[in-house]
Design a protein around this ligand. Structure first.
Ligand code: GAP
Length: 599
């Protein structure tokens, strides 16, 4: 349970999101649609800025990453290869009384007394129901309340006046078998596939089933060869993509945190297997501790590349205003890792609704996962499509010929073992798997291999929510007459703030002020989002922009018109949202000053 204070904070944030046009409930006038959200005027700018920042840092400013924009619906075999058709499911449980559905791992453990019934009979109707049922009562609740719930259960099964049969009770500790809301027994957990199905073409038949993609990553894998060919990149290099993903989440919750439609920003960074690095460089560099490992080096294997991307991603979050102490770097434990992953780091943000750790501190919830996924993904698509996903590496081929035979045997042997282990796990017949692994190991010596992948995968909507939660603040600011009043201020970093600058003429009924203010607006808006506001007292206008998170405000006053002398002519006041400091700046310098601050 969230503490009352944090629940109250979330309420304020949700209400501000609606009031200021950051986030609306989808289909609100029809009662909403659970798990779907719309972004209003400010929210859509915020999301755009997040995606632009990510895109710039991932590909524009790098030589070794290129972009992709793939379709949402793809060939259904892709989801068989990726494992989504068979394993992309959550365990769900249903309340036997209300039919409400829960994710099994989200039912809080409870203790109390369980009341068991073997069935019920109805003498009026002369009927009996033999379904067993039980109810959990918290300590101190009278048994009659369990009986009342049980009678409802049997009434739902066709009895009018059920007489309960075979009642017995026993104390239970930390059980997750009962609905925390009403004590009713839940069904046994069963898997529920999260992919949203649709039909492609006019016929709704099993042959035409397709899925809305549950992640953007798979498109990158299936287009890997095309991109490699046209971009003339060489390993190590990456392909990144931003796009919608859909998951039929059992329990969408925590505002936009777990939605059914959301956007992802994913990078698949392709690297050589460690055996190839060892053959080329003599050895693979090992991490010497935590922290940024510096500029990429030719002798980096998957571990250093993984660490590099964890640090790059943390630096990105800091660059858009999430302080390091609001983030948690969580290294998944071996038993938490996906079967193909060698290591995964989750970047968590301390959302107000996060669970708390043993010390009462916010533990954080996942913003992004950075996984070292081995060569699993491309290997799967190679097997399922029958198309080669191997790359040829001239450097490896040359280096291999210079290795002594013992080293060649050792490296080829290690490579063969890993490939064999993968092929066996995926269910290839032992003989075939052994033959394939041997051929692949021989291929390594000739310079061929399936690339390995490091995958930083982030959610746009979760990041937007993290930035909103982080920005929300209440403080005191002076009103028109200098009297302190409370203000709500969204302290967005200027890089991601929805509106960068607000332009105000001091008075709206003075055409000279209005014309000048409009000229300033026009000067700036080619380069940044500008909000022009002439309505109301200037203090009120500042306050409205503080709440929208606009980092800068410009006021055009009589000094701007030169009424107090030529030295102030064509200067404006530039107000900074957080410090509320104002400075006099020449109009001619505005573009340079503001551009520096928002880049
Ligand atoms: N390709 C790997 C992948 O999709 P994931 O951990 O399932 O990994 C990556 O998703 C990111 O996508 C998460 O860290 C989160 O930011 C975002 N995400 C996943 N499910 C989401 C949901 N239901 N609602 C909002 N964002 C979600």
């Amino acid at each position: 349970m969230a503490e009352p204070k944090t629940a109250e904070l979330m309420e304020k944030i949700v209400s501000l999101c609606k009031r200021r046009g950051l986030i609306f409930q989808s289909s609100e006038i029809y009662g909403g649609l659970n798990g779907f959200w719309d972004y209003g005027p400010l929210g859509s700018e915020l999301k755009r800025n997040i995606k632009d920042s990510w895109w710039r840092s991932m590909t524009r400013f790098r030589e070794d990453v290129v972009g992709l924009e793939a379709s949402i619906i793809m060939h259904p075999r892709i989801w068989e290869a990726s494992g989504h058709t068979s394993t992309f499911s959550d365990l769900m449980v249903d309340c036997l009384l209300t039919k409400k559905r829960f994710r099994a791992d989200q039912v809080d453990p409870q203790s109390g007394t369980a009341y068991f019934y073997s069935g019920a009979s109805d003498t009026v109707l002369g009927k009996e129901c033999g379904d067993a049922f039980s109810v959990l009562l918290p300590p101190g609740k009278p048994p009659e309340s369990a009986r009342k719930t049980a009678r409802l259960f049997y009434q739902d099964r066709g009895l009018q006046e059920p007489t309960l049969l075979g009642e017995r009770n026993e104390p239970v500790q930390n059980t997750t078998r009962y609905n925390p809301e009403n004590g009713s027994l839940l069904t046994e957990p069963r898997p529920f596939n999260l992919m949203l199905k649709t039909y492609v073409g006019p016929v709704e038949s099993a042959d035409n089933i397709s899925y809305l993609r549950p992640e953007t990553a798979q498109a990158i894998f299936v287009q890997f060869k095309n991109v490699l060919e046209v971009s003339r990149q060489k390993l190590p290099f990456g392909i990144c993509q931003i796009g919608k993903a859909f998951r039929n989440e059992i329990n969408p919750r925590n505002f936009t945190f777990r939605s059914r439609e959301f956007e992802q920003m994913e990078l698949e960074f392709f690297i050589k297997p460690d055996e190839a690095i060892e053959a080329i460089c003599g050895s693979v560099a090992k991490p010497t501790g935590r922290g940024h490992p510096g500029e990429p080096q030719p002798n980096w294997g998957w571990q250093l590349w993984h660490q590099y991307w964890v640090e790059e991603r943390l630096a990105f979050y800091e660059s858009i205003g999430l302080p390091r102490n609001s983030l948690v770097e969580y290294w998944q434990k071996p038993d938490e890792l996906a079967h193909y992953a060698r290591a995964t780091v989750d970047v968590l943000f301390k959302f107000p609704f996060s669970k708390r750790d043993a010390n009462g501190e916010l533990a954080g919830e996942e913003l992004e996962g950075i996984a070292a996924r081995s060569d699993f993904d491309l290997s799967q698509h190679q097997r399922f499509s029958g198309k080669s996903m191997t790359v040829f590496d001239e450097e490896l081929k040359t280096a291999w010929t210079k290795l002594d035979p013992a080293k060649q045997t050792e490296l080829a042997g290690r490579y063969q073992q890993t490939r064999l282990s993968y092929l066996t796990k995926t269910g290839e017949a032992p003989e075939k798997a052994a033959r394939m692994a041997q051929e692949e190991a021989e291929g390594l010596g000739k310079g061929y291999f399936v690339p390995h992948v490091i995958e930083p995968s982030a959610g746009v909507d979760r990041l937007a929510l993290a930035l909103i939660c982080n920005a929300y603040a209440e403080d005191q600011a002076p009103d028109e007459k200098g009297k302190m009043e409370s203000r709500v201020v969204m302290r967005f970093h200027p890089r991601i703030a929805p509106v960068k600058v607000a332009v105000f003429p001091l008075l709206k009924n003075k055409p000279e002020l209005v014309n000048k203010a409009k000229a300033v607006r026009d000067l700036l808006r080619a380069e940044m989002s500008v909000f022009y506001d002439e309505a109301g007292a200037i203090g009120r206008r500042y306050r409205r922009q503080d709440e929208a998170g606009t980092p800068f405000g410009i006021t055009i006053d009589f000094d701007t018109l030169g009424e107090k002398g030529p030295e102030l002519q064509d200067t404006v006041t530039l107000r900074e949202r957080d410090t509320m400091k104002q400075e006099r700046v020449k109009i001619g310098d505005l573009l340079r000053i503001l551009t520096e601050k928002i880049r």
